[in-house]
Design a protein around this ligand. Structure first.
Ligand SMILES: [Zn+2]
Length: 266
C-alpha cells in the first residue's frame, strides 16, 4: 500500500508596507523597467520570487539559530543540492550510477544526502516538497501601478551616474496579493522550515522583488488572516471530512501550529 496522502496548505493575504517592484525583465516601450503583469495586465507575484526570497532569507537565518543548511551555488558546500557542478554533487552522481535500476534505493540515497533546505525547496536531485503558487492581486481593477523616476546606477560601483535617467514601475502599497504555499508529504524538518519561512514573511522580515535597498518590497501578513489547512488521510476523522467537503480541513489556531513546527527545528 502506498503512503497515505499528507498535505498542508498555508494561505494568507500579503500586504505591502512600501511599493513593490518585481520587474518583467524586459525593457518596456513606455517605461524602462515595467513590473511583471499577467495576461489581464494585472501585476502579480510569481511563486518563484516568493520561493527565492524565502529560501535566501532562511539560508541566512538558520545558521544564526544553530541549524546547518547549504547555500545555493556554493561549490564548497557538503550538500550535493547546493551546486550541480560542485564536488558533493559529482560524488552523489557517482554513487547513484550503480542504482540506475532501483528507483527506491536512489530515492533513499538522495534523501539521506541532501540537506533539509534542499529537501524542502528542491535541488537538481529532488523535487521540492514546498510549492509556491503565483500570488494574484486580491483587488484587481484598481489603478495600482505607478511610474517613478530613477537615476542610472553604475553596474560596477553601484553608484548613481549623473545624466542617466530611467523610469520604472512599482505596484502601490494599496495592493494585496493572495499567497498560497502547499506542502506535499512533508517530513518534520520540511514542515518546520516552511512554517518558519511563512512566519518570517508574516513578520515582515522578508523583502520581495528589486530595489529593496531603496526601501521597496516591504511586505507583511496580518497573523489573524493566516489560514492553514491540513490533509492527513491516515486520520479517519479528517478522511471523513475530506470525503464530505472535498477540501482539507482548517487547522484551528494556525499561528500556534506554525510556531510549534518552527520551534521543533531548534
Ligand atoms: Zn542543500
Amino acid at each position: 500500500m502506498s503512503a497515505p496522502l499528507h498535505r498542508y496548505v498555508f494561505r494568507a493575504p500579503l500586504r505591502l508596507r512600501s511599493a513593490l517592484h518585481i520587474g518583467s525583465g524586459e525593457r518596456g516601450d513606455v517605461v524602462d523597467s515595467p513590473v511583471l503583469k499577467d495576461f489581464l495586465h494585472q501585476p502579480f507575484i510569481p511563486g518563484s520570487s516568493l520561493k527565492g526570497a524565502m529560501r535566501s532569507h532562511l539560508e541566512r537565518l538558520l545558521p544564526a539559530l544553530g541549524l546547518s543548511t547549504c547555500r545555493l551555488f556554493d561549490p564548497t558546500a557538503s550538500c550535493p543540492g547546493a551546486d550541480p557542478n560542485g564536488q558533493a554533487a559529482k560524488d552523489l552522481q557517482r554513487r547513484l550510477e550503480p542504482l540506475r535500476q532501483d528507483a527506491a534505493a536512489r530515492h533513499d540515497l538522495i534523501r539521506q544526502s541532501v540537506c533539509p533546505m534542499c529537501q524542502a525547496f528542491g535541488s537538481s536531485f529532488n523535487k521540492a516538497r514546498v510549492l509556491f503558487a503565483d500570488a494574484p492581486l486580491r483587488n484587481p481593477g484598481l489603478p495600482l501601478v505607478e511610474t517613478r523616476d530613477g537615476v542610472g546606477i553604475d553596474r560596477d560601483s553601484h553608484r548613481a551616474v549623473d545624466g542617466i535617467k530611467y523610469d520604472y514601475e512599482v505596484v502601490s502599497s494599496y495592493a494585496v496579493f493572495d499567497v498560497e504555499i502547499t506542502l506535499e508529504e512533508p517530513d518534520p524538518p520540511t514542515l518546520g522550515i516552511a512554517a518558519l519561512g511563512f512566519l518570517e514573511l508574516a513578520r515582515g522580515h522578508i523583502a520581495l522583488g528589486g530595489l529593496t535597498s531603496r526601501g521597496l518590497g516591504k511586505v507583511f501578513i496580518d497573523e489573524g488572516e493566516i489560514e492553514v489547512r491540513g490533509l492527513n488521510l491516515a486520520d479517519p476523522n479528517l478522511r471523513r471530512e475530506y470525503l464530505k467537503t472535498g477540501r482539507a480541513p482548517l487547522i484551528p489556531n494556525p499561528i500556534g501550529f506554525l510556531v510549534q513546527h518552527a520551534e521543533a527545528l531548534a
